[in-house]
Design a binder for this molecule. Structure first.
Ligand code: DPN
Ligand code: ZN
Ligand code: CA
Length: 452
């Protein structure tokens, strides 16, 4: 069937691109009931894949907590703003980051009559106009060593940064990690940092991820309810490991993401609970003790290395790394500019039958199609491995987008392929040709898009 293509303006937002990416990373493929019967040669073109974060070894995170504990013990029992244990904590992190290849900056400010410090670590490379930040406050209250609040977030952010270095990860975005001073005195360090950025520098920060208390001994799994893309990235991660989450309602205004949020920067984060009491419903789904605080040692001297739930620390550290990778890579680069034509008429694909197609009649363009013609394919199907998909140019030449692959049992083909179509005239009828090559599973072409 040929229809006259409606010309629509294409403005894919970075947000929708990230959402698509998150879905790609987090979506587990449901298993179909019947196996396809026709064996087919393995496919040639590889589907675009997002960079995957490594597992963060919780033992490494805990080793940093042991160091924070020793620092506190050697410095009057705390790591509070204005006390020697704070500066020693900064020095510990800075040495690790410098050795791993980071460009570090210690930013000084004064509050409450003493000097405070933020530590900023930039990973060289990535798009300087798109900066993804992850941070944690490094100061404790003066009444204790602050191992859960917030050695936990500080150690996990450090370990994610070190994992970036170990992996030699080259993200599309620029990565910046930060540890804030004087959070416990009213988000002082992070407010100072954001307040000192120029409007241009602020506008380049595409997101800030906050980690404050992520190893609570009687843990809950709370995700901040701020930027929807960041929130979804975390939620999808936890869903993928089978851990239920709740929206964090306690965090608003209470940790360093607020300084970024107030400047209009998209924020998100994780939290395992502070002084509030775990309900019986929460204990049912997460384990632990109902009627007891998430962290009974919140802001007290018993917030030591004994005040940590290893499982919570492990899961949250992995979720942190997952978000850093997912939100800094793939699909978040500038969308192709150009004119988009789309056919949204559904075309049924007969089971193990003949090829069908969806068409776009292109008129009014001059010359040839581009070398990076974007082919948007949306096929709903219960076993996509059955499908062979081609783009057919107006003169009949075929460009293979996807081969059949019997073992690929995932649902649907939702992909944007790039085709070098520079030898084809732009005007004429283009077709998306789809054939189902194996029995049982079926579907339909949902939409076919071309962006010139
Ligand atoms: N930032 C901590 C505090 O204000 O003491 C704890 C906290 C973190 C509270 C996240 C709420 C949300
Ligand atoms: Zn605190
Ligand atoms: Ca089939």
């Amino acid at each position: 069937m040929t229809i006259h293509a409606s010309r629509i303006s294409r403005r894919r937002t970075a947000a929708s691109a990230v959402l698509a990416l998150a879905a790609l990373v987090g979506g587990a493929a449901p298993t179909a009931l019947a196996a396809p019967s026709t064996p087919v040669a393995p496919s040639a073109p590889a589907a675009p894949s997002a960079a995957t974060a490594p597992d963060i070894p919780v033992a490494n995170v805990k080793a940093h907590l042991t160091q924070f504990q020793s620092i506190a013990s050697a410095n009057g029992g705390n790591r509070a703003h204005g006390r020697p244990g704070y500066r020693a904590s900064v020095d510990y992190l800075k040495a690790k980051l410098d050795a791993a290849g980071y460009t570090t900056t210690v930013q000084q400010f004064t509050t409450n009559g003493s000097v405070g410090y933020n530590l900023i670590a930039d990973w060289p490379g990535g798009d300087a106009d798109q900066v993804l930040m992850a941070g944690a406050h490094l100061d404790s209250v003066s009444s204790g060593p602050g191992i859960n609040d917030n050695g936990s977030g500080s150690a996990a952010v450090l370990e994610a940064a070190l994992a970036v270095s170990r992996a030699g990860y080259q993200p599309d975005k620029h990565l910046r990690f930060a540890w804030w001073g004087a959070e416990e005195l009213g988000l002082v360090g992070s407010r100072y940092y954001v307040g000192n950025l120029s409007a241009t520098e602020r506008s380049k920060i595409s997101g800030y991820l906050n980690f404050d208390m992520i190893g609570s001994p009687n843990p809950g799994y709370f995700v901040y309810d701020d930027d929807p893309v960041i929130e979804k990235t975390f939620k999808d991660y936890f869903a993928g490991i089978g851990v239920p989450t709740e929206i964090e309602t306690e965090a608003d205004g209470r940790s360093d993401h607020t300084s970024f949020k107030n400047a209009g920067i998209p924020v998100g984060g994780l939290f395992t609970g502070a002084g509030r009491t775990k309900t019986s419903a929460q204990a049912q789904k997460w384990g632990g003790t109902a009627g007891q605080a998430f962290d009974r040692c919140y802001h007290s001297s018993c917030d030591t290395t004994s005040n940590i739930n290893d499982t919570a620390l492990d899961r949250n550290s992995d979720a942190l790394a997952h978000a850093v990778w997912a939100l800094s890579s793939g699909g978040t680069t500038e969308p192709p500019t150009g004119d988009t034509y789309e056919n949204t008429n559904d075309v049924a694909i007969p089971d193990n039958g003949g090829a069908v197609s969806s068409s776009l009649s292109i008129t009014g363009r001059t010359g040839n199609a581009p070398s990076n013609l974007q082919v948007g394919v949306d096929i709903v199907h219960t076993w996509r491995g059955d499908l062979v998909v081609d783009l057919i140019a107006p003169d009949g030449s075929a460009y293979r987008l996807k081969n059949a692959s019997g073992s690929d049992s995932a649902d649907n083909v939702r992909e944007t392929y790039t085709v070098d179509a520079s030898s084809e005239t732009a005007n004429g009828t283009w077709q998306l040709r789809v054939q189902d090559t194996a029995r049982y599973d079926t579907g339909y072409i949902n939409s076919f898009k071309l962006t010139f």
